[in-house]
Design a binder for this molecule. Structure first.
Ligand SMILES: *[C@@H]1O[C@H](CO)[C@@H](O)[C@H](O)[C@H]1NC(C)=O
Ligand SMILES: *[C@@H]1O[C@H](CO)[C@@H](O)[C@H](O)[C@H]1NC(C)=O
Length: 596
């Protein structure tokens, strides 16, 4: 085993006192590039100091996905017995290989690598019937992709229900320290220890329920799983880069706050931002934030509190910020996992969409405007007419996850009054075999009579899409979180109707015609996960530069429901050799005896 010895250890001018100012985060001397983390190497196979001009590594993981009874007696779906699953830690240019074996009887899964661009490997994006065949019971799918961009990412089951049942984990891509934009603001970036992956637990397995689960709410928040309270160990005077991941699949924004310590947010969704001082960091489901905390107290232990909002209101979870040498035994005894109003000062709340990126977009040229009207609609169809399963020519009517939707009572969240339909074959790999009558084009949905269709937005390389996601709010009072696969979005406008009145397409067009929609093109935040406020809109721009079939999907709409998503299709021909090498839908089932 190699030993990484920490390098220059020069401490100068550590400012210990100034708190509520950015200045106190000024450099504290030469950065300690890396310290001895060999103790982690067994757990995280590619975790190492990233260097220039060295051969990338191949980081290999085996994921066995299966139902497990947790220590507290609850069932969960775990990866290698754990939830969250194994942390993936790599350096830029490494090749990440994950062999996923599905051991969930009668259920199909796939894993999505949230925020990963999949440059050159659009068929590794993990969306069943869009980029691959779903992984059936007993099957193994080998994911392999290059870690092209550094940052804080995570992975999760593509299905919201499986993710909620426990199938998720952190994915961190590091780069040589001199390339980190804000490395001068911190001394340590221990991404293996200082990442908080925030999840939620439901009282029962969502994927085991056959009836409507849309009313089920999480009853606990967890940080890095169920085990010991997570501890961030610091030395007085030094500054640490922390990474927060909201890995919850349902509409549970969370707020992270550290007792007696301010933070400086330096990145969101893996992309560096202009540094912003924060007392509270807000993360919507699927969002990530990197923040620097300076150990500005003399010692002691402080709670890192995570409290839920939205569907997780009233829930909380704690981690600890421990100064080296502090005896925290007594502190642990008072750990309360409820959110207490008095322990939370609601000022200096920083959320992803208010940050500024380091990229000025004001030169952006022509755009193609697209309107997506999002609302909860009651659909006038018989349940039997709707298909909330994958339909595959190889797996006749095989249920994807056993969940019905609350069609008649609550309606379903739709985009332009349609629900997304998974194609009959993986569309990226076999475009010509997709049934033509399943399609509807974004903007021309009214020509399709079915309530569900493959909602496609065709785009070509070089084009800039300007997509207005308008949460019309006639049928609901919810905000929604959307995730863009494979691409980043520049968020140029976020607005909520101060009058709390629904907005129709006509209202939006009038606002637009009257020049009442402001667009910020100067350093707009660059994100892969955004929130669209209730009775408001979020406008994003996407510069199309790569082929593939990429979902823009509402993550928080789909619990026990048909998906709300559109597919952005950019011409791309997958080489025949690749298509032939990928598993066919449902063609291989090893006998049960091999699975145990
Ligand atoms: C830490 O504190 C606990 C109780 O507060 C005590 O029992 C224990 O001996 C202490 N440990 C050390 C190493 O001082
Ligand atoms: C939304 O909120 C308004 C006002 O608070 C209420 O009248 C309406 O019933 C709510 N709509 C839904 C779908 O909950």
């Amino acid at each position: 085993m190699k030993v990484f010895v920490c390098c220059l250890f020069i401490i100068a001018n550590i400012s210990n006192n100034g708190k509520a100012s950015l200045e106190s985060f000024a450099p504290s001397g030469t950065n300690i590039l890396f310290e001895d983390t060999t103790k982690n190497l067994d757990k995280v196979s590619c975790y190492r100091p990233c260097k220039f001009n060295v051969k990338p590594k191949r980081c290999h993981y085996n994921f066995k996905v299966e139902p497990t009874i947790q220590e507290d007696g609850r069932p969960a779906i775990t990866i290698n017995g754990m939830t969250p699953g194994p942390p993936i830690q790599a350096c830029v240019n490494d090749i990440i290989v994950v062999e996923v074996q599905n051991n969930i009887l009668d259920q199909d899964i796939s894993i999505h690598w949230h925020g990963i661009e999949q440059k050159g490997t659009p068929y590794m994006d993990g969306v069943p019937m869009v980029t691959q065949c779903p992984i059936g019971y007993g099957q193994t799918f080998k994911y392999a992709f290059v870690a092209t961009s550094p940052g804080t990412f995570f992975y999760h089951a593509d299905s919201v229900s499986h993710q909620s049942d426990g199938v998720y984990g952190p994915l961190i891509i590091n780069q040589p320290q001199p390339l980190e934009h804000h490395s001068s603001l911190y001394d340590y970036d221990r991404s293996a220890e200082n990442t908080l992956t925030i999840g939620a637990k439901f009282p029962e397995l969502l994927t085991a329920k056959l009836e409507d689960v849309s009313k089920l709410k999480p009853d606990a928040l967890i940080i890095n799983g169920d085990g010991d309270v997570s501890k961030i160990v610091v030395m007085a005077g030094f500054a640490y880069r922390l990474r927060f991941i909201n890995a919850i699949a349902t509409e549970c924004p969370v707020i992270v706050t550290i007792e007696k310590h301010e933070m400086v947010v330096i990145a969101t969704d893996g992309k560096p931002t202009k540094p912003v001082l924060a007392r509270n960091v807000e993360l919507h489901p699927g969002e990530r934030m990197d923040a620097v905390v300076r150990a500005s107290e003399e010692g002691g232990g402080y709670w890192v509190r995570v409290h839920g909002t939205g569907a997780c209101t009233g829930l909380g979870a704690n981690a600890m910020l421990i100064y080296s040498g502090f005896n925290y035994t007594a502190m642990l005894a008072e750990n309360q996992n409820e959110y207490k109003q008095e322990s939370f000062a609601s000022d200096l709340v920083v959320s992803g969409q208010m940050l500024e990126s380091l990229q000025d977009q004001s030169h952006a040229s022509e755009v193609k405007s697209v309107y997506l009207g999002i609302d909860r609609n009651t659909v006038q169809v018989k349940e039997a007419d709707l298909d909330f399963r994958y339909i595959s020519d190889a797996i006749p009517k095989k249920p994807f996850f056993p969940a019905a939707f609350a069609l008649h009572e609550n309606g379903v969240v739709q985009i332009n009054k349609k629900s997304f339909l998974y194609p009959n074959v993986p569309i990226l790999l076999r475009p010509r075999d997709v049934r033509q009558d399943m399609y509807c084009k974004v903007g021309e949905e009214e020509t399709q009579v079915e309530a569900q269709c493959i909602q496609v937005l065709d785009a070509i390389e070089g084009e800039v899409l300007e997509i207005a996601l308008v949460n019309e709010g006639f049928g609901s009072n919810d905000s929604y979180t959307f995730h863009m696969h494979g691409y980043n979005m520049q968020v140029i406008s976020t607005w909520q109707n101060p009058k709390d009145k629904p907005i129709s397409k006509e209202d939006f067009q009038k606002l637009s015609k009257d020049g009442k929609i402001s667009r910020n093109l100067q350093n707009p935040p660059v994100k892969d996960t955004i929130t669209v406020p209730n009775k408001g809109y979020t406008i994003v721009r996407i510069k199309i530069d790569r082929g593939g079939t990429w979902l823009l999907e509402c993550r928080s709409c789909a619990l026990s429901s048909v998906p709300a998503a559109i597919m952005i299709r950019v011409p791309e021909t997958i080489p025949k050799a690749v298509v032939d090498s990928l598993p066919k839908c449902g063609n291989y089932r090893p006998p049960d005896v091999l699975l145990n």
